[in-house]
Design a protein around this ligand. Structure first.
Ligand SMILES: NC(=O)c1ccc[n+]([C@@H]2O[C@H](COP(=O)([O-])OP(=O)(O)OC[C@H]3O[C@@H](n4cnc5c(N)ncnc54)[C@H](OP(=O)(O)O)[C@@H]3O)[C@@H](O)[C@H]2O)c1
Length: 328
């Protein structure tokens, strides 16, 4: 299958190319960048030198030809591509936030007008795959909501309060430098940010509700000096206490057969570069502390997007995604 990546010069676009090079059924035929059109893909992705012979281009959506398109562009940019690419017969996976929330919630949270809204499946495969395996379009979830939701899902219905505390690597902010991501601000430092108002909170609450939970939900992210990875500590306050054996059994059953969720002590390095989510839950009765680790560019973005492509194209979900993490 031919694949197009819109926004291929950025971090998630680069990781899509890297991962798709190991996919047996696809080849990347189009990699877009407005600023770098005409330049080789390896000019900004030197780790791919010798592995791909392709230059960036800047086609309009009506000029693009492929079987599948990934949209690895900022929110508001994706909405201009989705319908034209679907009309050309492509399957589309959107990594941006443009189709993750109902229109009115999206417009409130992101402070912009949606110019081409329609409801779309929210692609956390371990929770929703059955509802979208025949879809042509999938909205790929946010990075924080993916790690947080996978951590809480088995206990969601039993909880009255869920508090997510996340640490994220700097690539989560994309390749556009800013004061926040400037080296002296990040190195040897930890910065809490958007303590009570991060945009991903709306997705986290939406997912808890989708899981049948009525729990209150709170979220505080922290920027830590690593390139990749999100470690989320979920404090899950239960209506009734559960002992460790009950919690272990709940998680084992919930994720039975899920290749990409591994129940083991979560550390960032073990999931770096992969589509795995490592989770461990520890009970102290009415509070269960659950920690998850993902790569924000892997299970938090490009890896999960490829998993979603595999689902809607009828491939084995693991195709292209079985590489191990980088440890140490
Ligand atoms: N970074 C993460 O960990 C992560 C995780 C989950 C989801 N996401 C989401 O994935 C998307 C991409 O994130 P990223 O981190 O890869 O961003 P990025 O590094 O800033 O890259 C953005 C890409 O989009 C292109 N682009 C920007 N504005 C565009 C426009 N108006 N029309 C067409 N192309 C445009 C850029 O190239 P040109 O400007 O040269 O065209 C670049 O290739 C975002 O929506 C982000 O929220 C990111």
């Amino acid at each position: 299958m031919d694949v197009a990546i819109v926004g291929a010069s950025g971090y998630t676009g680069g990781d899509l190319i890297r991962l798709l090079l190991a996919h047996p059924h696809v080849r990347v035929v189009c990699a877009t960048s407005r600023k770098l059109a005409g330049k080789p893909v390896v000019s900004v992705h030197p780790h791919l030198k010798g592995l791909i012979d392709l230059s960036f281009s800047n086609p309009s959506p009506d000029e693009m030809d492929a079987d599948v398109a990934f949209l690895a562009v900022p929110h508001t940019a994706a909405m201009a591509y989705v319908r034209p690419l679907l009309a050309r017969g492509m399957k589309v996976i959107d990594l941006s936030a443009d189709y993750r929330l109902p229109r009115e919630v999206y417009e409130k949270v992101y402070g912009v007008t949606h110019t081409d809204y329609f409801p779309a499946p929210y692609g956390i495969p371990e929770i929703h795959r059955d509802s979208y395996k025949n879809a042509d379009f999938v909205s790929n979830p946010g990075c924080f909501p993916t790690g947080a939701t996978l951590a809480a899902a088995p206990l969601a219905r039993l909880a009255h309060t869920v508090i997510y505390d996340s640490k994220t690597g700097v690539s989560g902010a994309g390749d556009n430098p800013s004061a926040t991501t400037h080296y002296p601000n990040v190195a040897d430092n930890i910065n809490p940010y958007k303590w009570t108002s991060h945009r991903h909170l709306a997705e986290m609450r939406q997912e808890l509700a989708a899981l049948g939970s009525r729990a209150r939900c709170y979220f505080t992210p922290h920027l830590v000096p690593v390139n990749r990875g999100i470690l989320t500590t979920a404090h899950i306050l239960l209506h009734e206490p559960l002992d460790q054996a009950d919690v272990d059994e709940l998680y084992r059953k919930y994720y039975d057969g899920e290749f990409f969720v591994r129940l083991q002590n979560p550390v960032l390095a073990a999931v770096r570069g992969t589509n795995f989510c490592d989770i461990r839950a520890e009970s102290e009765g009415e509070r269960v502390v659950v920690v998850s680790a993902i790569d924000n560019l892997g299970k938090g973005a490009s890896g999960q997007a490829i998993q979603n492509m595999n689902i809607i194209c009828g491939f084995d979900e693991r195709e292209g995604l079985t590489g191990a993490g980088l440890l140490p």
